[in-house]
Design a protein around this ligand. Structure first.
Ligand code: AP5
Ligand code: MG
Length: 216
C-alpha cells in the first residue's frame, strides 16, 4: 500500500517523478494543478475561479482544494493507495488531509521532498514546453523534442503553460517559500519525510525514491 505525497517547489520535478512512480506502483496520480488545468480547459465554474489565482502564481484558496482532493481519494481506485502531486500546499491542507485519513483508519506512507535551487527552477520552468494533448514535458535546451514544437510521444502541439513566464515563475517560488516550505518541518516531525536532491539526473532520483519507498 502506497499513500504518498510529492512535495517541492515549482519545477522541482514532481510531475516527472510521478510518471515513473505510477508506472512502477500502479497507484492513481492525483495532481491538483492538472485537475485545475483540465477545469480551465473545460471552462467549468471551478476552472474560472482557479484561473485568476493560477495566472498570478498564487495558491487557489484552501476551500476550493480540500474537498476536491478528499472526494478524489475516496474513489474506489484509491483503495490501494494514491500519489498526491502538488497537494497539500499549506499547513491547513496538510492538517485536513491527516484528519481525513485518520477518520478512515489510514495514514500517509511517505512524503517525497525534492530540493532544487532557485536558479535551476527558473531555468527549468521558463524553458519548459508541454504537450497540449498528452501532457508530456520537454525543455527547449535540456530535453528538446525531436521536431521543434511537436510531441515525440503523440505528435500533439507543444505549448508553454500560462504560468511559466518569468514573472509568474518568480511569484510561484515566493509563494512556495512562504506557504508550502513549512510543510517540510511538519512532515519531518511526523516522521514521514524523505529528502531528495532534485538536481540529480532524473533516473538517479527515481532510484533513491524506490529505495525510500521500499524502506517504509
Ligand atoms: P502545479 O501544476 O502543481 O505546478 P507547480 O507546483 O508549480 O509545479 P510544476 O508542475 O511547475 O513543476 P513540477 O515539480 O511538476 O516539475 P516537472 O516535473 O514538470 O500547480 C500549478 C498552480 O495550481 C499553482 O501555482 C496553484 O495556483 C494551483 N494549485 C495546484 N495545487 C494547489 C493546491 N494544493 N493548493 C492551492 N493551489 C494549488 O519538471 C519541471 C521541468 O524540469 C521540466 O521541464 C522537466 O523536464 C525538468 N526536470 C525534471 N526533473 C529534472 C531533473 N532531475 N533534471 C533536470 N531537469 C528536470
Ligand atoms: Mg507538475
Amino acid at each position: 500500500m502506497l499513500r504518498a505525497v510529492l512535495l517541492g517547489p515549482p519545477g522541482a520535478g514532481k510531475g516527472t517523478q510521478a510518471a515513473k512512480i505510477v508506472d512502477k506502483y500502479h497507484v492513481p496520480h492525483i495532481s491538483t494543478g492538472d485537475i485545475f488545468r483540465a477545469n480551465i480547459k473545460n471552462q467549468t465554474e471551478l476552472g474560472k475561479k482557479a484561473k485568476t489565482y493560477m495566472d498570478q502564481g498564487q495558491l487557489v484558496p484552501d476551500e476550493l482544494v480540500c474537498d476536491l482532493v478528499t472526494d478524489r481519494i475516496s474513489q474506489d481506485d484509491c483503495e490501494n493507495g494514491f500519489l498526491l502531486d502538488g497537494f497539500p500546499r499549506t499547513i491547513f491542507q496538510a492538517e485536513k488531509l491527516d484528519e481525513f485519513l485518520k477518520e478512515n483508519g489510514a495514514a500517509l506512507t511517505v512524503v517525497l521532498n525534492f530540493n532544487v535551487g532557485k536558479e535551476a527552477l527558473i531555468e527549468r520552468l521558463t524553458g519548459r514546453r508541454v504537450c497540449k494533448d498528452c501532457g508530456a514535458s520537454y525543455h527547449i535546451v535540456n530535453i528538446p523534442p525531436k521536431q521543434e514544437g511537436i510531441c515525440d510521444r503523440c505528435g500533439g502541439p507543444l505549448i508553454q503553460r500560462a504560468d511559466d513566464n518569468r514573472e509568474t515563475v518568480e511569484n510561484r517560488i515566493n509563494v512556495y517559500e512562504e506557504q508550502t516550505a513549512p510543510l517540510i518541518g511538519y512532515y519531518r516531525e511526523q516522521g514521514t519525510l524523505a529528502d531528495f536532491d532534485g538536481e540529480q539526473p532524473q533516473d538517479e532520483i527515481f532510484r533513491a525514491i524506490v529505495e525510500a519507498i521500499e524502506a517504509k
